[in-house]
Design a binder for this molecule. Structure first.
Ligand code: UGA
Ligand code: MN
Length: 356
């Protein structure tokens, strides 16, 4: 009995310590489990917060983008509607007037490039051209891409237009300090305009082709003169070539061009300015090799295209036998921006967010 008691006592002690160990292990296990759960929960909460803020910023970005697109579309829509309305007004004006029905479309090709005065120059041109009832402006930017400035200007102009962009090859581009006679200007752009005409019109279309540089001032009367052209028309240009007026000399009796009064490079085959002539569209289809070129002497661009499509004795003098001036090479003076330069140095600008 004592023996068995002893055994019992020994067994009892043993069981107690095993129990304590197990409880300790259980407690530890529970503690570890709880800690793991808490840690996981914290991690989950963090991830959830991260995901939510990511979602929030994506949604905000999308909303901003939607707002921007809606604004752009509504601006475009407004401009398009305005343009359609102007066209409609013009059509209504033309209806019932036989006079307008026989008018050729005047396709004016204008090379243009980005500079401080560009918007002012193009605004002056657009606001003259909008008065010509049968007018199509081919505006060609000297750049790789069409710019927003020119796109918006055209959209809001109420004009029929074609907008193109092609850069002058770098080796022919004027340097910042080069005088402007050093390299030919507008060659690539005018050729792009000619290509567009040849690809999009036919020899049966009634049209007149004119090269309207963006640094000139045009009278509406000039375009009325152009409507008379049967082949190639010429007229005086004011304030160009070092003279008050550079002009073809028109014989009153025969109404023929018998010479030119030019002072600058007067031995040119056609000593006239780009703004001093226009021709029938069909000539572009009859003379497929009529283009401008980089490979000719400076100042010979006008002669280059004209020599392909006409001869001197075929020229038709217009503007009252070349006695009237309806176009001027006004050339807007580059603006003086010394105060702006000071602002720029301070990292500021007067036109922040404003298109000038
Ligand atoms: C004169 C004539 O008036 C031009 O018709 C002729 O192309 C030029 O000479 C020439 O011989 O190359 P000028 O006044 O010296 O022109 O030249 P700009 O008026 O400065 O340029 C003619 C056109 O080309 C303008 O419509 C102008 O906006 C555009 N241009 C000028 C460009 O597209 N990119 C340029 O880098 C410079
Ligand atoms: Mn010019």
């Amino acid at each position: 009995m004592p023996f068995s008691e002893t055994i019992f006592v020994v067994d009892g002690n043993c069981e107690k310590s095993t129990m304590r160990n197990r409880r300790f292990l259980e407690c530890t296990f529970v503690l570890v489990l709880v800690t793991v759960i808490i840690l996981q929960w914290i991690r989950y909460k963090n991830l959830q917060e991260e995901w939510l803020s990511e979602q929030r910023s994506t949604i905000i970005q999308r909303l901003d983008e939607n707002a921007r697109q809606t604004k752009l579309i509504s601006e475009d829509m407004r401009a398009a509607i305005k343009s359609i309305e102007t066209q409609k007004r013009m059509l209504l004006q033309m209806q019932g007037k036989e006079y307008y029905r026989n008018k050729p479309t005047i396709y004016a090709i204008t090379p243009t490039f980005a500079r401080f005065v560009q918007k002012a120059e193009l605004t002056r041109l657009a606001q003259t051209f909008v008065h010509i009832p049968t007018f199509h402006w081919i505006l060609v930017e000297d750049s790789t891409n069409k710019t927003n400035l020119v796109t918006n200007l055209l959209m809001g102009s109420g004009l029929a237009f074609t907008h193109l962009a092609i850069p002058t090859p770098p080796n022919y581009k004027l340097g910042r300090n080069d005088p402007n006679w050093k390299k030919p200007r507008g060659v690539e752009q005018r050729n792009a305009g000619l290509k567009w005409l040849r690809e999009n019109l036919t020899p049966d279309d009634e049209g007149i082709v004119f090269f309207a540089d963006d640094d000139n001032t045009y009278s509406i009367k000039l375009f009325e003169e152009m409507e008379k052209i049967k082949h190639v028309g010429v007229w005086p240009v004011g304030l160009v070539g070092g003279l008050m007026v550079e002009k073809p000399i028109c014989d009153e009796a025969t109404r023929k061009v018998v010479g030119f009064n030019s002072a600058w490079k007067s031995d040119r085959p056609f000593p006239i300015d780009m703004a001093g002539f226009a021709f029938k569209l069909k000539l572009l289809f009859q003379h497929k090799d009529a283009w401008f070129s980089f490979e000719i002497q400076s100042g010979y661009q006008e002669s280059e295209i004209l020599r392909h499509i006409t001869t001197r004795d075929q020229l038709e003098p217009l503007a009252d036998c070349c006695k009237k001036v309806y176009v001027w090479h006004t050339r807007t003076e580059p603006p003086k921006l010394s105060a702006e330069q000071l602002l720029t140095k301070k990292g500021k600008k007067s036109n922040e967010g404003i298109e000038v």
